[in-house]
Design a binder for this molecule. Structure first.
Ligand SMILES: [Mn+2]
Length: 446
């Protein structure tokens, strides 16, 4: 609603836009809010308000592309994706559109992300993903990252400005302009529900000859990523979709990928994050199901992962002052040692200590920033603050769960090594169908 109001109040930005599509999903609708009626009146014919089933961010963003393609006979349109939870500076619309219109060939133009809680901070100048090892968010060489845009560079004493032209691997869809020509050649986004839909799309477009530019001087404010906790049900989509993206756009070296997943699983188990371990196992299992898992756009997977995680008490958030069974004056903060220099040695030592039931600390509290596996694994029970500082979670060592999840995890990762190449082929051949207009028509129930 605030973003619509910002656009309605800025005549020059509004003149740049032929149409504004709002894809409203779920049960908490924007039209139910005070002020919607007024802004709808202000925007007039430009506003197209659409209600649709909840297909996650992927379904919301894609609806804009879908509508533009359906409503215009023209070959060209700049479609600007915008997150619903950003603070919008309407000038962005003018800058991104102008840049796109000056490009000799169609390119994806991304807006930058500024940290909402640190408004002078740029999240990253341009980023890419290491696909085979499932690592998004890598700053491109020479890119500013978590930079104070009002400050100066400590070495050169020059203002923190990005003057180099950098080649982004992808741009997040907090704001991102996709010319319709790109869609004609590349297809629609993958029905991923959410997470990695943006990265996958840029890598697919790149394979069709369309690069992605992250444009300095155009940006939106979005909640700082370091305030998001890793151990959430989203992690299922993050992990599953990253593996699919790796299958589509990386060499998909399965030995390397298996090592990455095993390293993650061991750390989650050591850190007594059993729900997170189960989340990882489910993500790999569902990847191995093949492209049929994307058939309903993720609706069932979302319900299923929440059911699974519900069985693990350490996934539940409590108020810091109201932890069941533990009085807050009973727990002291125990700080973490620095990262171990010999990772493998410490990892094995922690595993042995845990299986023998030896804990250096019976109970303690750990801040979010220090909740590393080498630290939390020293506790019998540890109260860990969430990254968003909204509450805490209680992790307790459980031998039976550790063994069960380790067994299941190793089994599914072995399956991935054996079956991964064949499953990759299935995803590759399913892309045209999954990213077709017909598939999205079906998903939207049209
Ligand atoms: Mn967002």
């Amino acid at each position: 609603l605030k973003n619509l109001q910002a656009l309605a109040a800025d005549v020059s930005s509004l003149e740049t836009l032929d149409a504004i599509y709002v894809a409203d999903q779920g049960t908490d609708l924007v039209e139910s809010r005070d002020g919607f009626e007024q802004v709808a009146k202000d925007l007039g014919d430009k506003l197209h308000y659409i209600k649709q089933p909840n297909l996650g961010g992927a379904g919301g963003f894609t609806r804009g592309l879908y509508e533009v393609a359906g409503h215009t006979a023209t070959e060209h349109a700049n479609v600007l994706f915008m997150d619903d939870d950003v603070l919008l500076e309407p000038d962005l619309v003018i800058r991104m559109t102008a840049f796109s219109n000056r490009a000799a060939n169609p390119i994806i133009v991304g807006g930058q992300m500024l940290n909402l809680f640190h408004p002078n901070q740029l999240h990253v100048g341009a980023e890419y993903a290491r696909l085979n090892t499932l690592e998004p968010g890598q700053p491109v060489e020479h890119s500013l990252t978590t930079a104070d845009l009002l400050g100066v560079d400590e070495e050169t004493l020059k203002p923190n400005r990005q003057e180099r032209r950098l080649d982004a691997g992808y741009n997040g869809w907090w704001s991102c302009l996709i010319p319709y020509e790109v869609v004609q050649a590349t297809g629609y986004p993958m029905p991923f529900f959410f997470q990695w839909d943006d990265a996958e799309y840029s890598y697919r477009a790149r394979a069709h000859g369309f690069p992605t530019v992250t444009l300095p001087g155009a940006g939106v404010w979005h909640a700082d990523f370091h305030m998001k906790d890793w151990d959430e049900w989203h992690r299922y989509f993050n992990l599953r979709n990253s593996i699919i993206t790796a299958a589509l756009h990386s060499p998909f070296n399965l030995n390397l990928l298996s090592r990455v997943l095993l390293a993650q699983l061991v750390r989650y188990l050591l850190g007594m994050q059993y729900g997170l371990s189960a989340t990882l196992i489910k993500a790999v299992e569902d990847f191995l199901e093949g492209p049929e898992i994307l058939r309903d756009g993720g609706v069932e997977a979302m319900q299923e992962i929440r059911r699974i995680r519900d069985q693990y008490p350490e996934t539940k958030r409590h108020k810091a002052t109201d932890v069941p069974g533990i009085a807050s004056n009973d727990i002291g903060i125990i700080n973490s040692a620095p990262p171990p220099s010999r990772t493998a040695v410490v990892l094995i030592k922690r595993l042995l200590d845990q299986t023998r039931g030896r804990h250096r600390y019976g109970l303690g509290a750990v801040p979010a920033d220090e909740a590393h596996w080498w630290h939390t694994s020293l506790f019998g029970t540890v109260v860990v603050t969430d990254a968003n500082q909204d509450g805490v979670r209680v992790r307790s060592y459980d031998r039976a769960k550790t063994l069960d999840l380790a067994k299941r995890g190793i089994r599914v990762i072995q399956r991935l090594r054996k079956e991964g190449a064949a499953v990759q082929e299935r995803y590759l051949s399913a892309v045209p169908e999954l990213t077709s207009r017909e598939n999205w028509t079906r998903l939207y129930g049209l």
